[in-house]
Write a protein that binds this ligand. Structure first.
Ligand code: ADP
Ligand code: MG
Ligand code: MG
Length: 982
């Protein structure tokens, strides 16, 4: 016969530790282990998760033998405590508690006091001599059984209770008299009868059977199923069910119940942290019926200070457990320390004190904030409790990202909460804190943002039309949508805090306001959102900017991570200030400096435009000249060739386009040189990968449609003025002549922009293709890089430039460009008399480059996977068009497990990467390979990069610490797997 039921101590003895949680659930395993360690645990037993699965397999029927085993186990418990279930003289009461492997909201709560009936309640009175207590326990059972097992709305019971409380002086549940409670029991039974057309079960075994069924049934309750779907928890784990002897914290003022963490879960401080209530039963502490008291004296005094309560009043009305029951308190401290040592991690404990006697009801790993996670891990290493490896594995890389984002001052947040400024809670969609004026449309957000005002964009939900406003906003708040809604996805991409799906808000777009719980927030009012917790506040809460040097524990943890990782961590940085930040965060190089950002700055854009607009014509003439030169050289005696050469020379000399083109290049050279000097300086001694110009040209030019509109408008204005006889411009107005000149200029620009227009610019003239067509642009950039290197080297700095070619697909492209690069480098270094070592390499971002990596490595000394474009090209998906649109559907329908732009698609994109690494290294064993796409900062993607043997990952400066930790975890996981397979 299958064993479905384990007494707690049997679970400890008979089930190996690594199977316990699977079979007994988290709560059951904790109870078994505490019982096994000889701690005071009220006797009881656990029905296994297998029993739950068998129950469903049999069409919601208890499997064979289950009920008999429950009765048998119950009998053993009865013997242990010397009371009988259903005994009218000396009844045993139990709680029925659900508990799956992972703690899961949405599952059945606990039913306490099972076993009480009209008969046994008399026994309880006899047992305890306390009528008030007995009827209180009974009314709680009917209430919980009715609500949790039978689904009667809880407030129907609460109404009745409130009516009685209102009649008392203190208005609290402890003020209810025994008579009142007896009446309440009668009213509860009547309510039960009315709601269910059945009597509250007077057979204790029937109560137990129904409660166990309810625990099982809750496994497939809607909220539980949704939760598992969201967190990808399998549905076939099942839940266990714990049946445990009741102990009572509500037997007078020598009894109590409480919850505690072995360390402070907010700060990580090594101090017992928790609350308790004298004369109360388990659920009271969390239910917020009375203000819970602090367990330690120190915390109690702090609390009193913050609330302006005198020491005298505190000792009298709000004593700590330490003061109220010093003996039991000390025992509890010991138990807490023992459990922490046993589990080697912070424990979250539930306990009850019955007439001075301590009982442990639950232990589990304590949830903690990012800050606490780091501090606790580091402290435990220093205490010799865990190893550095364990510490590194214990902190989620994503979590430390939170420590390095702006966040609210906790004290200020607490004050805001107390002032009642906490408006609502939504989904914590994108971490970080932001405070700003509420604004209800993207255009206003953009306009105010431009004026330097901090704004928070508030929308029912966002669409691609809101993106410009989201960019300008400090944070985003939406009423609808989930963790993968447009707002969430875009906010995370932008690195902005966001709270989404905050259903409590009622947004009125027309009146530009929202209301929540009767409070109205109008456009311009300050609000504050915490994207890490999902909280939304009225008013301004100051934010704190993080500083790694001040985060001493984090710095230490990361230094351990650095000992374990094999991957290097570089950063994507376009500006010296980003490079410095990255270095401060531990970057060991720059994996991507994009040169085009430098071109977008307003002081340079005019020259960039001039360069682009004149490039085609200038290049055409220069190409003609070169052809003529070659022909003339080949046939020196051919007068025709000589003549053609002279004509070509004249054409070049006379060309305005050539002049303008060269002038633009000359103007850009010193600016670029300066940009690069700054980067080399910031990264003294470390590699800096500079990518040559990449985007399609039109991105630097005015938009065609806008230009066209301007031309049309100018034309009509000129027409109109012409119609007026003897028209004279007024002061400040342009003359017709001036307007005509302007028109001619605009028309020329329009023609040029039109000529550069592409059907599909992302697949058009960009990257290396530009360089092939306009080699002078490459020459300019390479010259700037090498001259900058020479300049800084003369100042004692060690520049390590690596020149990277984007978007190549064939080795021949690289051969052509490499020749130019090497030639310019020779020229510059010879002229400057400085030796510069540099590398030449390419991005791998189109499938063909990955497929032909072996050939490409003949010319390229390094590869850098540009996984943003590689994902786009492998999937044939345009990211801008996909995210927030059909990709959401793909995620919902689980066609893709994750957004492939956030988490590397290992199966598809990853396969190409693996291949490219192997083939590239076959050609060139010392090929340097890295990744510079956004995936370089994503922990799961980093793990993959480690697996396929990349040399480094490159992430945005703020994600460098995340990457350091993730890279270490990847290495440690690999090590553990190797040991396991040995
Ligand atoms: P949850 O998972 O919601 O914490 P629990 O099963 O831990 O549910 O129970 C809810 C409350 O009831 C807790 O405060 C717990 O300590 C208390 N409780 C559960 N079983 C007993 C018991 N046998 N005696 C006293 N209190 C109990
Ligand atoms: Mg619960
Ligand atoms: Mg609990």
């Amino acid at each position: 016969m299958k064993k479905w039921v384990y007494l707690f101590e049997e679970g400890y003895r008979e089930i190996p530790a690594e199977r316990r949680r699977d079979l007994l659930g988290g709560k059951g395993a904790g109870l078994a282990e505490m019982a096994g360690a000889g701690l005071p645990v009220p006797p009881g037993f656990t029905i296994t998760t297998e029993a739950c699965n068998a129950y469903f397999a049999a069409g919601r029927q208890f499997p064979e033998g289950l009920w008999e085993q429950v009765l048998e186990a119950l009998h053993r418990v009865e013997e242990k405590v010397g009371r009988r279930f259903g005994d009218p003289q000396n009844p045993l009461l139990v709680s029925v508690r659900s508990g799956a492997k992972f703690s899961m909201p949405g599952m059945m709560d606990t039913v306490l006091n099972v076993g009480l009936t009209d008969e046994t309640v008399k026994g309880l009175i006899a047992q305890t001599g306390d009528e008030r207590f007995a009827y209180d326990a009974y009314r709680r059972l009917i209430q919980m059984f009715g609500r949790i097992v039978k689904g009667i709305p809880g407030e129907r019971f609460e109404h009745i209770l409130d009516r009685y409380k209102a009649k008392t002086k203190g208005k609290q549940d402890t003020d209810l008299t025994a008579e009142m409670l007896r009446d309440i029991v009668e009213e509860f039974k009547a309510l039960y009868r009315k709601e269910l057309e059945a009597e509250f079960p007077q057979d204790p075994l029937e109560q137990l059977r129904q409660a166990i069924r309810a625990v099982f049934d809750s496994w497939f309750g809607k909220r539980a199923v949704d939760y598992r779907n969201f967190y990808k928890i399998p549905h076939d784990l099942g839940t266990a069910c714990n049946v445990q002897t009741m102990v009572f914290g509500n037997m007078g003022f020598d009894s109590a119940t409480g919850v505690a963490f072995t360390r402070n879960p907010a700060t990580g401080e090594k101090e017992l942290y928790g609350e308790y209530l004298p004369n109360a039963q388990g659920e009271d502490v969390v239910a917020g019926i009375r203000t819970p008291l602090k367990i330690t004296k120190k915390a109690s005094q702090e609390w009193a200070r913050e609330h302006g309560i005198s020491e005298e009043e505190r000792r009298l009305r709000y004593p700590s457990l330490e003061e109220l029951m010093p003996e039991t308190y000390r025992q509890f401290l010991e138990v807490a320390a023992l459990l922490e040592r046993h589990y080697r991690d912070v424990q979250d404990l539930e306990f009850t004190i019955e007439r001075g006697r301590l009982w442990m009801l639950q232990t589990r790993t304590g949830k903690r904030t990012a800050k606490a996670a780091v501090k606790i891990a580091v402290d435990m290493v220093h205490e010799g409790l865990i190893t550095k490896e364990e510490a590194v594995m214990r902190v989620e890389p994503e979590q430390i990202n939170q420590l390095l984002l702006p966040r609210f001052d906790e004290k200020a947040k607490e004050r805001a909460r107390e002032k009642g400024d906490l408006l609502a809670r939504g989904l914590n969609a994108s971490p970080g804190a932001a405070t700003g004026h509420a604004v209800f449309d993207a255009d206003t957000a953009e306009a105010w943002g431009r004026d330097g005002r901090p704004v928070i964009l508030v929308r029912p939900e966002t669409t691609p039309d809101d993106v410009h406003g989201m960019i300008a906003a400090r944070g985003i708040l939406t009423q609808r949508g989930g963790a993968t809604s447009h707002a969430a996805v875009v906010a995370r991409g932008l690195g902005k805090p966001a709270v989404v799906g905050c259903e409590a808000l009622q947004i009125d777009l027309e009146r530009k306001q929202f209301s929540v719980n009767g409070r109205v927030i109008r456009e311009g009012d300050f609000i504050s959102i915490d994207g890490s917790t999902g909280e939304v506040f009225a008013g301004q809460i100051p934010t704190i900017d993080p500083n790694l040097a001040e985060e001493r524990e984090l710095a230490e943890l990361l230094s351990w991570a650095d000992e374990f990782r094999r991957l290097r961590v570089w950063a994507n940085a376009d500006y010296p200030r980003d490079a410095r930040k990255a270095r401060e965060f531990g970057a060991e190089g720059i994996g991507l400096a994009r040169t085009e950002h430098m071109f977008f700055e307003t002081d340079r854009l005019p020259y960039v435009r001039q360069m682009i607009l004149n490039a085609p014509e200038a290049q055409r003439l220069m190409d003609q000249l070169r052809a003529a030169q070659q022909a003339a050289q080949a046939r020196p005696d051919d007068p025709k060739a000589q003549k053609a050469l002279r004509a070509a020379e004249r054409a070049v000399r006379a060309s305005k386009a050539v002049k303008a083109y060269r002038k633009a290049l000359d103007r850009l050279l010193p600016v670029q040189r300066k940009d690069f000097e700054g980067l080399f300086e910031a990264m003294d001694g470390l590699p800096v990968i500079i990518r040559l110009i990449d985007p399609p040209m039109h991105e630097f030019l005015p938009r065609y449609e806008e230009l066209l509109a301007e031309v049309v408008e100018l034309r009509t204005r000129i027409e109109e003025r012409r119609k007026i006889k003897g028209y004279r411009p007024r002061k400040g107005e342009k003359s017709i002549r001036q307007m005509e000149e302007e028109l001619a200029e605009k028309e020329a620009l329009l023609r040029a922009v039109n000529a550069l227009r592409e059907m599909n610019p992302m697949l058009g003239l960009r990257g290396v293709r530009l360089g092939i067509l306009y080699p002078d642009i490459i020459r300019l950039q390479v010259r700037a890089i090498l001259e900058a290197a020479c300049n800084v080297k003369r100042r004692g700095i060690t520049p390590r430039p690596e020149i990277m070619i984007p978007l190549s697909a064939d080795v021949k492209e690289l051969q052509i460009v490499r020749e130019i690069v090497d030639e310019v480098a020779r020229e510059v270094t010879a002229r400057e008399g400085v030796e510069i070592e540099y590398k030449f390499g390419t991005m791998i971002e189109v499938p063909r480059a990955a497929l032909l990596a072996g050939e490409i490595a003949q010319v390229a000394e390094f590869f850098s996977f540009g996984t943003n474009d590689l994902t786009q090209t492998v999937w044939a998906i345009s990211r801008d068009d996909a995210e927030g649109k059909f990709l959401l559907r793909y995620l919902e329908e689980k066609i893709v497990p994750e957004n492939p732009f956030q988490v590397l698609d290992r199966k598809g994109v990853g396969r190409l990467m693996r291949m490219a690494v192997e083939e590239g290294r076959r050609t060139r064993p010392d090929l340097e390979v890295g990744i510079c796409g956004e995936h370089g900062g994503d922990p799961s993607s980093i793990e993959f990069c480690h697996e396929i043997g990349l040399n480094y990952v490159s992430a945005s400066p703020y994600r460098v610490p995340v990457a350091r930790l993730a890279a270490a975890q990847a290495a440690l996981k690999e090590r553990a797997a190797r040991i396991e397979t040995r």
